[in-house]
Design a protein around this ligand. Structure first.
Ligand SMILES: Cc1cc2nc3c(=O)[nH]c(=O)nc-3n(C[C@H](O)[C@H](O)[C@H](O)COP(=O)(O)OP(=O)(O)OC[C@H]3O[C@@H](n4cnc5c(N)ncnc54)[C@H](O)[C@@H]3O)c2cc1C
Length: 298
């Protein structure tokens, strides 16, 4: 059995930031991540070997964000477009930089948590079992709750936690001809178009991000039903026909919480903590700040 003092579930920004903050602490920390990538929802996908930012496209400005980001990435990578930051060369660079010098086990999905002799036993789909004094769960709150409930962990304020719901997202990734030389365009209904060339990614790459209503309405439909709707919205935004050679549709079940909890983190059972973007602010700011707050008490 693998042993650690702290086990962090999830290598998104909150899990990685907490991992970095705990590095100062001599106790052993491991991070378990179910997917092959680092950075969670701040993600970049390769098509034809070239990148598309198909997750969180921007990081809004707030007082400490630049120093948070600069702690991990130098200025030439970190760019500002109006009030938002982005990373030239792919948003996934943030997760990669934040994972430096951390022990991250990827492709390891935690499926069950069990308390035994004042320690947590962390079971995974893939077989390895980890034993830990403290466990921190960073998944979007509905996903975290599913794991807690499947693990038969009794929650005091389950109804309050269940009230945190997330918006969904449908993204259309296109390799297209004759795209305008823009960073971003907004459709009157709030859908957003991002042009990958300006990010030093695929020179013919276009990422369409549907607004929350359209994403909710079409989330369960198959790609063939969704595609004409997206193309229509893109054409309305560009004011011209879209000529594309290939496309992919990506669905995000959890984009951002519709509201957040006021506390910076929760201890839902002895030494079992929740952090992430459900706390304080419903976005990256919440992820960073809840990790900071928990690091101070661990
Ligand atoms: C399309 C889109 C647009 C967005 N736009 C913005 C924006 O403009 N501004 C902004 O600030 N934020 C935006 N966000 C939200 C932002 O990306 C998140 O708030 C932030 O990245 C959350 O980080 P996190 O680490 O808290 O959670 P996550 O990134 O979700 O990380 C949690 C990690 O846990 C892993 N995990 C989950 N369950 C398990 C398990 N059982 N075992 C192991 N691993 C597990 C997941 O794979 C994931 O990597 C956007 C998100 C999306 C998807």
């Amino acid at each position: 059995m693998n042993e650690a003092s702290y086990t962090i579930i999830g290598a998104g920004l909150s899990g990685l930031h907490l991992g970095q903050l705990l590095k100062k602490n001599p106790a052993k920390t491991i991070i378990l991540e179910k997917s092959p990538g680092l950075g969670g929802r701040v993600a970049t996908r390769r098509i034809e070997g070239l990148g598309f930012d198909h997750g969180c496209p921007l990081i809004q400005d707030w007082p400490d964000i630049k120093s948070f980001l600069n702690h991990y990435l130098p200025d030439p990578v970190l760019k500002k477009e109006q009030d938002d930051f982005y990373l030239t060369g792919g948003m996934n660079q943030l997760g990669k930089a934040m994972a430096q010098d951390l022990t991250v086990h990827r492709n390891v999905r935690v499926s069950y948590l069990k308390r035994e002799d004042h320690k947590w036993i962390v079971m995974t789909d893939e077989g390895p079992i980890f034993q830990s004094e403290k466990v921190v769960l960073t998944a979007p709150l509905p996903q975290a709750l599913e794991l807690l409930i499947n693990s038969d962990i009794k929650l005091n304020d389950e109804n309050r936690l269940r009230s945190i719901q997330y918006s969904k997202g449908i993204m259309g990734l296109f390799i297209a001809k004759d795209l305008p030389s823009l960073f971003k365009k907004i459709h009157p209904e709030g859908h957003e178009l991002f042009f990958m060339k300006k990010r030093n990614l695929h020179p013919d790459g276009l990422v369409f991000m549907s607004n929350a209503n359209l994403s909710e309405e079409y989330f369960a439909q198959n790609d063939f039903e969704v595609l004409p709707i997206i193309i229509n919205k893109i054409q309305e935004s560009l004011g011209t026909a879209l000529s594309y050679s290939s496309y992919q549709i990506k669905r995000w079940r959890y984009v951002k919480p519709l509201k957040s909890l006021q506390s910076p983190y929760l201890e839902v059972a002895p030494n079992l903590f929740l952090i992430g973007d459900s706390f304080l602010y419903p976005d990256i700011r919440g992820s960073f700040l809840s990790a900071e707050a928990l690091a101070k008490v661990l």
